[in-house]
Structures are given as C-alpha cells and as structure tokens.
Ligand binder design. Structure first.
Ligand SMILES: [Zn+2]
Ligand SMILES: [Zn+2]
Length: 271
C-alpha cells in the first residue's frame, strides 16, 4: 500500500492547520472533497487510514492529528496537536501576556469547579487582579470572546468550559498542572471536566456525560461501575445529531484558501 502523501493529503492537512479542529462529519466530507479534487482514490470509511498517512509525515515535526470526543455532546472530533508545546505557551503567538494570564485563571476556575464550568462573572473578576497587566472589564470580555472564536473555550449562557481543542491539545499540561484536581473518565480514560461523579467518598470516580449516557443506556437501575453504589444522578440523553454543518460540504470548516505552492497547480475552483 502506498503510504506517501499526495495532494489530497496535503490539502486535508492545510485545512486542519487553518481550522485546528473539525468534527467527524466535516472530516469525512473534507476527506471526500480532497480525494475528488485531486483525483485521488476516495474510499469511504478509510478516513483513519488516510489520516495515518498524514500522521506518519507529521511525526518528525512532533505534530499529530488526533481523535477526540467532545465532553459536551459526545461527538467525535479531529484535532491537529502540536506535541512540543502542550501548555499555554502554545497560544503565546496569538495573545498578550495578560490575556494568557486571564486564560490560566479561567482554566484554574474551570478545572477546580465541580462540573467543569466557570461563570463569566467569576472569570471577569480575575481581570483586575492580573499580575502582568490588569484588564478592564470590557477588554476582558473581548478577550474571552476571542478565546471562544479561536476554539479554546466554549460559552453557553455565560458559562465557560474548556473546548475539545483545548483539552486535546493541552491534555498533558492539564494532567500535570492539576494533578490533584483533575480526574480521568472511568469509561474513556480521558480528562473528565464536564462529568458526573460517584458520591461514595471512598470511590469518587468520574464519567463524562456522554459516557454516562452510553454506559447506562437501557439500564433502569444504574450502579457505579467501580464501587457498585447506586448512581444517584440523572442519566443524560444524547440524541444522535447530524453535524450542524451541511451533510455533504464542510461549510463551517473553512478551507484554507491561501495559495499553497504544492497544490496550486492542480487546484480547481470549487463549485
Ligand atoms: Zn468519558
Ligand atoms: Zn463509585
């Protein structure tokens, strides 16, 4: 089997580089699109093999396209991970020092919280205690918006959570930095922030909400998988949603439109 990168792989990688993260449905559409545009061999259901070829080339550059599950909805994502900068310095080219300090504070609040969220009020209250340079409330609000736009944080009704991109790219940093606070999901073994916890003080395992839903599906009498105590929380339900992006196009995963020397000769305009 040919393991070298073709134009279709390069195009896929360029889009990953400009987006940082895309969901499973977008990734499948992008895979098809890249193969068709570059008259490559498109085999549905071979996305992971296609990505393996890219990952083999990324390895010497300490980068990796990695699968990750969203804590929020359980959807699968693909994130481009930089393996040399796994902490917040990863963001330092895009943000000022005091903005990064605000991000650290937000992360502290989120990781230290019971359900993996921090309110905008609590985060904004940190803005005038920053060591590097205080931020006015209005400025801090703009920075928070930028964190959301750049897919480092998610926001819903004034509550902030760490995004799938953030948890995936900073996995090692979070595990080291918050060793005593952060727990690992009993089901999928990834960092569990938005989750449910066993109330047995001798147990206290955590499970992501989508993992809880999958684990207890069809069981009327849920018990902790670790200690067998009754699981006292409401079992969340997740309905299989099609991506918000349209089915066949990856409209929200904007393609990198910058001309790239390696593909420009064979680039065709999109219909
Ligand atoms: Zn999990
Ligand atoms: Zn338990």
């Amino acid at each position: 089997m040919n393991r070298s990168m073709g134009d279709s792989h390069r195009r896929f990688l360029q889009t990953m580089m400009s987006n940082g993260i895309i969901d499973n449905i977008q990734a499948r559409a992008l895979h098809q699109h890249c193969c068709e545009v570059h008259s490559g061999h498109y085999i549905p259901d071979k996305l992971d093999e296609f990505i393996d070829v890219i990952n083999a080339q990324l390895q010497p550059m300490f980068m990796n396209i990695r699968k990750a599950m969203s804590e929020e909805d359980g959807l699968q994502y693909y994130a481009l991970v930089n393996l040399t900068e796994t902490d917040i310095t990863r963001m330092s080219s895009d943000y000022a020092d005091n903005e990064l300090e605000l991000f650290r504070k937000a992360m502290d609040l989120i990781v230290d919280s019971e359900n993996g969220t921090a309110s905008s009020t609590d985060i904004l209250n940190c803005a005038d205690t920053l060591q590097t340079k205080k931020l006015r409330k209005k400025e801090a609000e703009l920075v928070l918006n930028k964190f959301v736009q750049d897919k480092w944080l998610n926001e819903k009704h004034g509550e902030y959570t760490l995004s799938t991109r953030c948890i995936t790219e900073m996995d090692q940093y979070i595990r080291t930095m918050y060793r005593d606070l952060v727990k690992i999901c009993h089901v999928c073994h990834n960092i569990a922030l938005q989750s449910q916890m066993c109330e047995n003080p001798g147990c206290g395992i955590k499970m992501h909400l989508p993992c809880v839903a999958r684990y207890f599906k069809g069981r009327s009498d849920p018990h902790c998988p670790a200690c067998s105590d009754f699981w006292p929380h409401e079992i969340p339900e997740f309905h299989r949603r099609q991506s918000q992006a349209s089915q066949s196009q990856f409209s929200s995963a904007k393609e990198n439109t910058a001309p790239a020397p390696s593909t420009s000769s064979s680039r065709r305009s999109r219909r």
